[in-house]
Design a protein around this ligand. Sequence first.
Ligand code: ITT
Length: 197
Amino acid sequence: MKILFATSNPNKVEEASAVLGQSGHRVEQLLVGGVPPDFEEPKELGLEAVAVAKIEQALGLIRGTEFEGSAVMVEDSGIFLDAFDDWPGAESSDVEREIGLKGVLRMLADGRQRGAEYRAVAIVSDGAGTWDGTGVCRGRISETVRGNQGFGYDPIFIPDEGDGRTFGEWREGKNSEITHRARAMNRLAELLNSPSR
Ligand code: ITT
């Protein structure tokens, strides 16, 4: 199935394309008038609520266009630090922009626990049916910023299922089955490819 991914983040498109491509789906970034959609995100309500808000807006956006009736996908993700309550979560991109990765490291400097996890919620809808998948990737926050691969928090995130390197140091790319996004996309692929769909 062709899936139009409504996101402004090319890293997400690349990862979704690799994972869903293995299950026979073709992912393309949804561009309306040549630009990715800019959604209102109720971030204070958490990832799920943001993903639901994004899919509703995406379906509204393609209504009456050449894309109406196509499958569209949205995804909301973030990092959750064990030392804090649900933070930064859905506000990960804002926090990264406001205090930077070094600012996040400073917040853990007083010996706080360093456990963390990435979470992703992805939703596909063709207007008639809706499917969703979630994924988690457990890890811990490094002491220093290491590596420049990936995006976002990758240079300070050490996945538990890795070899001690941050995702920022994974030159081979982190698009394997262990990431939160890959897990959410694999779940979606299972649902989309199910005979009972
Ligand atoms: P769209 O909303 O347009 O899809 P976005 O990048 O703004 O793109 P989100 O609102 O879902 O996406 O914010 C996700 C943020 O969470 C992202 O900017 C990073 O700060 C962090 N994040 C999520 N997944 C990540 C990953 O795989 N690697 C690094 N950081 C990630």
